[in-house]
Design a protein around this ligand. Structure first.
Ligand SMILES: Cc1cc2nc3c(=O)[nH]c(=O)nc-3n(C[C@H](O)[C@H](O)[C@H](O)COP(=O)(O)OP(=O)(O)OC[C@H]3O[C@@H](n4cnc5c(N)ncnc54)[C@H](O)[C@@H]3O)c2cc1C
Length: 338
């Protein structure tokens, strides 16, 4: 158990992640932030990477700032396995006592992090949007909540654990001159037969990817029904933009979870963001980072979303969108014939 040991500051760990032997960008982003925290704590950054045939990713982690990489490289680790991955990383953490463990808010991280936290008997803050140190050098983990920001600390237990989505922190410039140590891990001698990966099916992303889109049209509960939702999707299509959503739109089944923007969804940084029929809750808008121009279409002129955007249109989106789409199409046709 790792409680109450505050004399020596352990390293800052990043649980890195790869898919098909390609390191996820969130892993290097977390290493960049881990370096800032480690510098302030006067300690080092270390990464843990599990997979099969992943030697090629070691240098990427070191170039991003990891001084040591714990590498589990074996066919049994080719795909994320909840029990096996948890066992290996928890054993390692118990031995090396990291001060902080950062994990991406990915499908893997969302499952792995709480399992690890429970085993390590420590706290975990999910979907952080910033990580800094307070005056006692505890990790301040910021999340949007109750219409503002909450700052969570875990002063009595170690490690302090947080998950963060891709895009919250910027990707650090790689420095190929950096060097680091690689420690190869031995697999625990345990048979895991409760879960077995039989097949991995990859879904091809539809349309323009949200994370890299220049134009994002995000729809919310105000769409009213599937027909209303299709009008929002039509606007995204005619602008050649990506379609995003708030949580209620996903919960209604109008769109997939992969389109959700916000604290527990994706981060976007478009040139133009258009929010349709949504109230501008922090948990959603925190996912809109550095948008150049923001527009909202809402039926209620007192909606808080209007305080967050550059341009506001007060109207019923189900009536306004068909007219807007028609105008945009007519304009596009004029451009082609000119
Ligand atoms: C821990 C946690 C994490 C969360 N993470 C996320 C997240 O990642 N992403 C996310 O989106 N949410 C998230 N949420 C939910 C979030 O708090 C809000 O509930 C959600 O964003 C609200 O969605 P909305 O704006 O679509 O719905 P509402 O708040 O219900 O707003 C609907 C808006 O539509 C307007 N409207 C109604 N009819 C029309 C019409 N005909 N035309 C135009 N406008 C109309 C209304 O005036 C209203 O402003 C999270 C919540 C929690 C607790």
């Amino acid at each position: 158990m790792m409680a109450e040991q505050k004399n020596k500051v352990g390293p800052v760990w990043v649980i890195a992640e790869q898919i098909d032997c390609r390191l996820l960008s969130v892993s290097t982003q977390l290493i960049g932030q881990a370096r800032k925290l480690a510098d302030e704590l006067n300690t080092s950054v270390e990464a843990v990477l599990l997979g099969d045939g992943i030697e090629g990713q070691i240098q990427e982690l070191i170039a991003a700032g990891a001084k040591r990489v714990y590498l589990g490289n074996a066919p049994e680790l080719a795909f994320y396995h909840p029990e096996r991955y948890t066992e290996i990383i928890v054993n390692l953490a118990e031995g090396h006592k990291p001060e902080i463990i950062l994990i991406g808010s990915t499908a893997m991280g969302r499952e792995l992090a709480p399992q690890m936290a429970a085993r390590l008997k420590t706290g975990l803050t999910a979907h952080c949007i910033d990580l800094v140190l307070d005056e006692d050098k505890n990790l301040e983990q910021h999340i949007p909540a109750y219409g503002g920001l909450l700052s969570i600390v875990c002063p009595k237990r170690r490690p302090q654990m947080a998950t963060v989505a891709s895009g919250v922190f910027t990707t650090p410039e790689p420095d190929e001159t950096r060097t680091g140590e690689v420690i190869e891990l031995l697999l625990p001698d345990i048979v895991y037969d409760r879960i077995e990966t039989l097949q991995v099916v990859r879904e091809e992303p539809k349309g323009v990817p949200l994370e890299s889109a220049d134009i994002v049209v995000a729809g919310g509960a105000g769409a009213g029904d599937l027909e209303g939702w299709h009008k929002i999707a039509d606007l995204a299509n005619c602008l050649n933009g990506a379609l995003g959503a708030t949580r209620p739109a996903v919960d209604e089944g109008w769109t997939e979870l992969t389109t959700m923007i916000g604290q527990s969804g994706k981060m976007v940084s478009p040139q133009l963001y258009i929010g349709v029929g949504l109230s501008g809750e922090q948990q959603h808008l925190v996912g809109v980072v550095d948008a150049k121009v923001m527009v909202a279409i809402n039926i209620d002129n007192r909606s808080p979303v209007f305080e967050q955007v550059d341009y506001g249109i007060v109207d019923d989106c189900r009536e306004f969108l068909p007219v807007l789409i028609e105008k945009i199409k007519a304009y596009q046709e004029r451009l082609v014939t000119c």
